[in-house]
Design a protein around this ligand. Structure first.
Ligand SMILES: *Cc1c(COP(=O)(O)O)cnc(C)c1O
Length: 391
C-alpha cells in the first residue's frame, strides 16, 4: 500500500526519523574507556523526565512489564501486603504479576472507565494501624480504558494517614506525555517503557526509584537477578551495565531525550491535552461515548470509544486497517469487542490526528455506524483552529 501506515495505537508510537537515524549504529565495545560518555548523561536526563532529583534511574533491556517486576521485586518480600485498584487490563496484569511474585495483593475493584479512588485506599490505610500494607500500586494512565488517575491524591491520603507504605506508579503510557512529578508526589518507584512517550521501539524499561525505595531494597527478600537494582547501580556508577546493553536503544534514548527537551515537558503535556481535546470533540460530534465515565478520568494519551450496540469495535479496527491503512487499538478483556481505541501520544501533530479521525470516520460508516460524514473531523479541525498549541 502506498504512503505511510497511520499508527494510532497507544504504543508502540510513531518513531521520529531523527530517532530512527540515531539508532543505526555499528556495535561498539560496551566496556570501552569512553562508554560512560554516552550513558552517564542519560541517567541524569531520564530523571528530569520523571521530575526527580533525589531518585535513581535504571535502564533495563526489557519492556514495561519488566519494569513492573523490577519495581516490586527490588523492594518487597514474599507475602508482603500491597494494594492495587483494578480498572482495566493493565492494572489487571500488574496485579497478576504481583500475585505471581508471591505478594499478598488487596485488590480494589473499580468500575472500568474510572480509576484509582484515593478515598477507597484511604479507608484501608486508616484501618491498617500495624502498617501491614507495604505498598500502594497505581496505574496512572490505564491504557485499556483511556483513564488517568490522580497520583497526587494517593500521596495525600498516605501522608494524612501517616502511613509508610511505598507508592508504586505505572507511568508506561503517561510519563513524558502527561504531567508526572516523582519527587513532588512522593512516588517511590515509577515505571516507563521506551515505546510510548519516549517515541522509541519497545525494548527498554525505564525505571526510577526513590532513596526510600532503595533503602527498602536492602532488606527486601523477593528474588531478583536480571533486574537487581544493586547490580545495576554498581555498574551504572561508572557508566557501565552488569550485562550487554542494547546500543541502538541507548543512542535512540539520547536522541529521544534531546527531542523531549527541545520541546519542553510542559509544552509536551499541553500538546497532548490539546490533541486529545480535538479527538474528544470528534467523539462528541459523532454522538458516541468514551469508556471514561467523566471528564476527571479523561486521558490525554488514549481515547477508548464505545461502539453502538450491535457493532463490534473489532470490525471498525479491521476495516480501518485493511481499507485505510490505519492502525487503531483493540478492546482488551472486559471491553473486548465493545470499544476501539485511538492512541494519541508521542510524535504527533494536528494534521496527523485529523487524518486518523478521517480514517476512523470512514471505517465506522463502512461497518454501519450511523454518523454524519465529516462531523468528527470538522469538530476537531475547528477545535484546532480556535486554540493554539503550546507554541
Ligand atoms: C503498554 C503498557 C504496559 C506494558 O508494557 P509492555 O512494554 O508491553 O510490557 C504497562 N502498563 C501500561 C499502562 C501500558 O500502557
Amino acid at each position: 500500500m502506498a504512503g505511510r501506515n497511520f499508527l494510532f495505537v497507544p504504543g508502540p508510537t510513531n518513531i521520529p526519523d531523527r530517532i530512527i537515524r540515531a539508532m543505526a549504529v555499528p556495535s561498539e565495545d560496551h566496556r570501552s574507556p569512553i562508554f560512560g560518555q554516552l550513558t552517564l548523561p542519560l541517567f541524569e536526563q531520564v530523571k528530569e523526565v520523571f521530575r526527580t532529583k533525589a531518585g535513581q534511574a535504571f535502564l533495563f533491556p526489557a519492556t514495561g512489564t519488566g519494569g513492573w517486576e523490577a519495581a516490586l521485586s527490588n523492594t518487597l518480600s514474599p507475602g508482603d501486603k500491597v494494594v492495587c485498584s483494578r480498572y482495566g487490563q493493565f492494572s489487571h496484569l500488574w496485579i497478576d504479576l504481583a500475585q505471581r511474585l508471591g505478594l499478598d495483593v488487596v485488590v480494589l475493584e473499580e468500575e472500568w472507565g474510572t480509576g484509582t479512588h484515593a478515598e477507597h485506599i484511604e479507608k484501608l490505610l486508616v484501618e491498617d494501624k500495624a502498617h501491614k500494607i507495604k505498598g500502594i500500586m497505581v496505574v496512572q494512565n490505564e491504557t485499556a480504558t483511556g483513564v488517568t488517575s490522580d497520583v497526587a491524591s494517593v500521596r495525600k491520603v498516605l501522608d494524612q494517614a501517616k502511613h509508610p507504605a511505598l507508592l508504586y506508579v505505572d507511568g508506561v503510557s503517561s510519563i513524558g506525555s502527561i504531567d508526572f512529578r516523582m519527587d513532588e508526589w512522593g512516588v517511590d518507584v515509577a515505571v516507563a517503557g521506551s515505546q510510548k512517550g519516549f517515541m522509541m521501539p519497545a525494548g527498554m524499561a525505564i525505571v526510577c526509584a526513590s532513596q526510600k525505595a532503595l533503602e527498602a531494597g536492602k532488606t527486601a527478600k523477593l528474588p531478583r537477578i536480571f533486574f537487581d537494582f544493586g547490580d545495576q547501580a554498581k555498574a551504572n556508577a561508572t557508566g557501565y551495565f552488569p550485562y550487554t546493553p542494547s546500543l541502538p536503544l541507548l543512542y535512540g534514548l539520547k536522541e529521544s531525550l534531546a527531542i523531549i527537551f527541545e520541546e519542553g515537558l510542559d509544552n509536551i503535556y499541553q500538546r497532548h491535552h490539546y490533541l486529545a481535546s480535538g479527538v474528544r470533540a470528534a467523539v462528541a460530534a459523532w454522538g458516541l461515548k468514551l469508556c471514561a465515565k467523566a471528564p476527571r478520568w479523561y486521558s490525554d494519551t488514549v481515547s477508548t470509544i464505545v461502539t453502538p450496540e450491535g457493532i463490534s469495535g473489532a470490525d471498525v479496527i479491521s476495516r480501518a486497517y485493511q481499507r485505510y491503512n490505519l492502525s487503531l487499538g483493540a478492546g482488551l478483556s472486559q471491553v473486548a469487542g465493545k470499544v476501539f481505541r485511538i492512541g494519541h501520544l508521542g510524535d504527533l501533530n494536528e494534521l496527523m490526528v485529523l487524518g486518523a479521525l478521517s480514517g476512523t470516520e470512514m471505517a465506522m460508516r463502512d461497518v454501519g455506524i450511523k454518523i454524519e460524514p465529516g462531523s468528527g473531523v470538522a469538530a476537531a479541525a475547528e477545535h484546532f483552529r480556535g486554540s493554539n498549541s503550546a507554541k
